[in-house]
Design a protein around this ligand. Sequence first.
Ligand code: AMP
Ligand code: MG
Length: 352
Amino acid sequence: MNRRGGLLLKMGLPLGLVALLGVAFLTGIFSKAPQVQTTTRMMMGTLVTLSLWNLPPEQAERVALHVFAEIARVEDKLSSHRPNTEVSHINQVPRGTWIPVSTELGQLLRRGLAVTQYSNGAFAMSLEPLTALWGFSSDRVVSQPPPATALRDWLQAYPPTNAIELQETEQHTLQIRLQSTSVGLDLGSIGKGYAIDRAIAVLRQDGVTDAVLNAGGDLRILGSKGGEPWRIGIQHPRQHDQVVAVSLLQGDIALATSGDYERFFLYEGKRYHHIMDPTTANPAYAGLISVSVQAAESTLADSLATAIFVLGPEKGLALLAHFPGCEALLITEEGKPIRTPGFVGEWLDKPF
Ligand code: AMP
Ligand code: MG
């Protein structure tokens, strides 16, 4: 999971807040319409906003409590920054040792490993030692790249395949093995999506039919806003107070965005951001600055957005083709939008 606190302060306005304001504005939360109730909490290193359509206040309050409790539960399992999570425990075990893993985490890893496989390792939930070197997820302010020797040492010990191995035991439980000291679990690119999916399941159990759950720009919607689609602003990758497009979503659908503007610093005129290319140990520079993915579930949308960002437009769209029903909006470093035919949205005039 991500912890953006320190960096966000450094950057002035939290980007999650920008996303929130975008959504708030577009969905009319601050207009006179009384039907949308929103609750926001700082969780998973970002602002998480639940927008509920047309519920009595007491019910909305109860539902929000359930939703945030579920997100907290997932974060307590998946965070690699907190000391007592399942992920942290796995990261503390000597490499090369098989360790039991809970069914919940095992199944999530399985889903992520499918994206790892299809992306030829570009999407990797195994980069904790590398992301720790770069420090984007830590509370410290990062302003320059790690020493080249440290990155070289990491690269030398990082296995080209099977960094994370998962297998079923004879008792039908799951176990995991991390291959080398360069490998550690970091679910920052999929955990938020998973938490959203779990929370949406809770919403459904509570009988909610119309809602948006937005975790810093990764979101999932249910139903509609009084029969109209929810209008979701997609953050402009270079102008923080603007949106680049508006996605019109109705039904049950997830949208996740990965971009080089979310956590970054400039050093000697170059932008260094938080999405890593495991083949270089450096931030991924594959020609894209923002990738949004629509999918049936947030877990998939979140992981595919990161994977496509690392792969670049050509290989990224080839990856997307393995996942029927998923659509994407890519923005190249020249500011050119590329979108698949089914990506539902509206362009703002001259976004670049
Ligand atoms: P996202 O913001 O969803 O694109 O996820 C980025 C986060 O995932 C980073 O902050 C890291 O914790 C982690 N991460 C970085 N590079 C990768 C990668 N190539 N594959 C998977 N996760 C990554
Ligand atoms: Mg992601």
